[in-house]
Design a protein around this ligand. Structure first.
Ligand SMILES: Cc1cc2nc3c(=O)[nH]c(=O)nc-3n(C[C@H](O)[C@H](O)[C@H](O)COP(=O)(O)OP(=O)(O)OC[C@H]3O[C@@H](n4cnc5c(N)ncnc54)[C@H](O)[C@@H]3O)c2cc1C
Length: 296
């Protein structure tokens, strides 16, 4: 397993490879996560991130699986943390727990409103935006490497891409070390976003986030939630694959391969895979990228 710091790896010429897990709720899905973690070790991911659920509901599970991925599987783990439902003091406590567990990087997020709520309402003693969380982590745990979220197609609540970029700049100015993007299927959106970041004075690496589609309905649902577009060409391929699950997966893998190739050829610092705790699409993609010489 690679143990260089994320920062160092983002600056290397060899591209970084990272994956995102979510904390499982049932025993069955826990087994799947651990199986996937075991399998993907063979590809030496530079880091594995693990998400943080709405309303602090996964506080203990995020920490539990972050520890397990680190201690039992040797991953360089980056837990996510959101402001949802937490006071400043609670957040400080969680940051200290991450520190005590030896987790040396955190993805700092505002988070989405809990299920059933449409607007984000900060805790009365809490934080309103991710830039405030970046500042808080920097205060409690200054040596921690910090990732933040970026939106090539704009955050759904932002009035414009320009304002969203100004807000991204606030996170970087507060101390974020790199940006991981929301998933996207059109590389032109990523390249335009990176150019706009540079123009907005955002001088940290922007790691592209990719997801291999396993179901058209699921992809449409995700994309509606996060404001990502599905290119007409991709949608036509998914429609042509119809109900044939394997054919849909093959389209998803081929599309993410095409995206990853172009991103890496044109200088992206690596790829971050939203794997939904599944190993197969990541294996198929990494095998192709290794065969094409992008990864060893
Ligand atoms: C890589 C990645 C990982 C994610 N992981 C998780 C996770 O683990 N758990 C989870 O619940 N969600 C996760 N999300 C989803 C994320 O929480 C949502 O997109 C959320 O709505 C915004 O979070 P943020 O950190 O980008 O917020 P912010 O950066 O705070 O932005 C939220 C909105 O407010 C605006 N804004 C930001 N700062 C200011 C300011 N100072 N003043 C005025 N306006 C401002 C922005 O333009 C944006 O519209 C993830 C998203 C990404 C891309």
């Amino acid at each position: 397993m690679t143990n260089h710091s994320i920062q160092q790896r983002l600056e290397d010429t060899a591209p970084l490879f990272s994956i995102e897990f979510f904390p499982p709720k049932s025993e069955k899905s826990a087994e799947q996560l651990l199986r996937t973690a075991e399998t993907l070790r063979a590809y030496s991911p530079d880091f594995a991130s693990i998400t943080y659920g709405a309303g602090g509901s996964t506080r203990s599970r995020t920490l539990k699986y972050a520890r397990s991925l680190s201690e039992d599987y040797g991953y360089n783990v980056m837990p996510h943390l959101t402001c949802v439902g937490h006071s400043r003091d609670e957040l400080k406590g969680i940051i200290s727990e991450f520190k005590e567990a030896g987790l040396s990087q955190i993805m700092a997020l505002r988070g989405d409103p809990p299920k059933g709520e449409t607007n984000f309402t900060p805790h009365p003693d809490g934080l309103s935006y991710a830039n405030e969380l970046v500042s808080l982590i920097d205060e409690v745990y200054p040596e921690c490497v910090l990732g933040v979220a970026g939106y090539p197609e704009k955050h759904p609540e932002a009035q414009s891409l320009e304002l969203d970029l100004l807000n991204l700049r606030r996170k970087v100015d507060a101390g974020a070390d790199f940006v991981t993007t929301q998933l996207f299927f059109d590389n032109r959106k990523y390249f335009a976003f990176v150019d706009n970041c540079i123009r907005a004075g955002i001088a940290v690496p922007v790691l592209p986030g990719l997801m291999s589609i396993a179901s058209r309905d699921q992809a449409i649902r995700f994309c509606e939630m996060c404001g990502t577009s599905i290119p007409a060409e991709l949608d036509a391929l998914l429609l042509a694959a119809g109900d044939d699950k394997e054919a849909v997966e093959a389209v998803g893998i081929e599309w993410s391969y095409m995206q990853a190739r172009e991103l890496l050829e044109k200088g992206a610092p690596g790829i971050h895979l939203y794997i939904m705790n599944r190993a197969e699409p990541a294996i198929a993609l990494m095998d192709k990228l290794q065969a094409a010489g992008f990864y060893k």
